[in-house]
Design a protein around this ligand. Structure first.
Ligand code: SAM
Length: 229
């Protein structure tokens, strides 16, 4: 499948069944046990990024690009903490849900985040920090170098990415269908080798600064922070 076809499938999924599924998982209403596990795992990834950025002590006024922002799970708390956030997603439904959520919680900080519907590879501009969480799962290995290089070109100082790691255990889990359980597993899920991603960072002038791993029963996400070397 070409990258354009892959993207069309992903966009259509997150504008239809995927939107309903992920809006619930990334919400606080009732969900099934598997979805609750994924919700808790994802929240840990979000909290780890927020902890890193808050620990640096310079979040207020910092320019951040949240590429593939989903329903705003990271963008909204970043805006709340005073960062100036450009949040975008390929799915207009995800973006409109993110806007609603931002309006409901941000009050006078609402101006700190701008939302748009865009393919992250068409984004422009320069930001202190570019963040892209749990989006690489939609990118096959042969498309990820260009995608990461594009994100790197927008990052003045730092790039933060998370991805589902390709280890033997997770590959087996995925193969037996537990990795993406439930009836809506209609998009392909791509796992990636950490070494491949670190190499792409290096080729773009970045070195790893901090790492985290979140694993629950059904959610696995390796988080890497890379800074310009
Ligand atoms: N980053 C968000 C978070 O962690 O809460 C959302 C993660 S969700 C699993 C993946 C998101 O990536 C979806 O909202 C999807 O529409 C978006 N996405 C996938 N491919 C994209 C692309 N090429 N450009 C922008 N967004 C994309």
């Amino acid at each position: 499948m070409s990258v354009a076809d892959d993207k069309t499938v992903v966009r259509e999924y997150f504008n239809s069944t995927g939107f309903d599924r992920w809006r619930r998982i990334y919400g606080d209403g009732e969900v099934n046990k598997v979805q609750l596990d994924i919700r808790n795992g994802h929240q840990q990834t979000i909290d780890r990024v927020l902890d890193w950025l808050k620990a640096d002590g310079n979040l207020s006024g910092l320019s951040i690009c949240d590429a593939g922002c989903g329903v705003g799970s990271l963008s909204i708390p970043l805006a709340e903490a005073g960062a100036i956030v450009n949040a975008s997603d390929i799915s207009e439904k995800m973006v409109s849900e993110a806007k609603e959520r931002a309006k409901a919680v941000l009050g006078d900080r609402a101006g700190n985040v701008q939302f748009s519907t865009q393919d992250l590879e068409a984004l422009e501009g320069r930001y202190h920090t570019v963040i892209c969480l749990d989006v690489l799962i939609h990118y096959p290995d042969d498309k990820m170098a260009d995608m990461i290089a594009h994100l790197a070109s927008m990052a003045e100082s730092r790039l933060i990415l998370s991805f589902a790691p390709k280890t033997l255990a997770y590959t087996l889990l995925k193969r037996i269908g537990e990795f993406f359980p439930g009836p809506s597993k209609t998009t392909r899920a791509y796992l990636h080798r950490e070494a491949d991603i670190v190499k792409i960072f290096q080729q773009n002038g970045f070195t790893i600064a901090r790492k985290e791993m979140t694993s629950t029963r059904f959610y696995f996400s390796r988080l890497l922070e890379a800074v310009r070397s």
